[in-house]
Design a protein. Structure first.
Length: 136
């Protein structure tokens, strides 16, 4: 599986939020979240916007603003976080969901079924791990 820098940052930030064990309305400021996750704040801000659009984090603006998990950590899988930041979890572009026509040799390629199986196995693994497990 190829993991982009954005997906790695997203998972690190979500792990930090899960580990913060905030109460239902509390938020973690971006600067503190950057410190805890080791992701530079300007890049983290971009990643968090995507995670908010994806419904896995919630935000509050203003002087005392920040981010929190949108749902309990046990209800968010690593797979959901990764797909929010990086829609394709396949090891090769031809193995992505709905990737028909991504390869010039698709009809004669004998390796594509292998890459599709790798993608499916990867999805099963990351979908079976929750943020609560990472934070424990």
């Amino acid at each position: 599986m190829r993991v982009t820098r954005r997906a790695d940052a997203a998972l690190r930030a979500m792990q930090a939020l899960a580990g913060a064990r905030l109460d239902a309305r509390a938020v973690l400021p971006v600067r503190e979240l950057a410190r805890r996750s080791g992701v530079p704040a300007p890049f983290l801000q971009q990643v968090l916007l995507g995670l908010r659009r994806g419904g896995v984090v919630a935000s509050r603006g203003g002087r005392y603003g920040g981010y929190r998990l949108a749902r309990p950590a046990a209800a968010i899988s690593v797979g959901e976080v990764l797909r929010t930041a990086q829609p394709d979890l396949g090891p090769m572009p031809c193995a992505a969901r709905g990737a028909r026509g991504a390869c010039a040799d698709e009809a004669g390629c004998r390796a594509r079924p292998v890459w599709v199986r790798v993608r499916r196995a990867t999805e099963r693994i990351v979908d079976g791990i929750t943020l609560a497990e990472l934070a424990a």
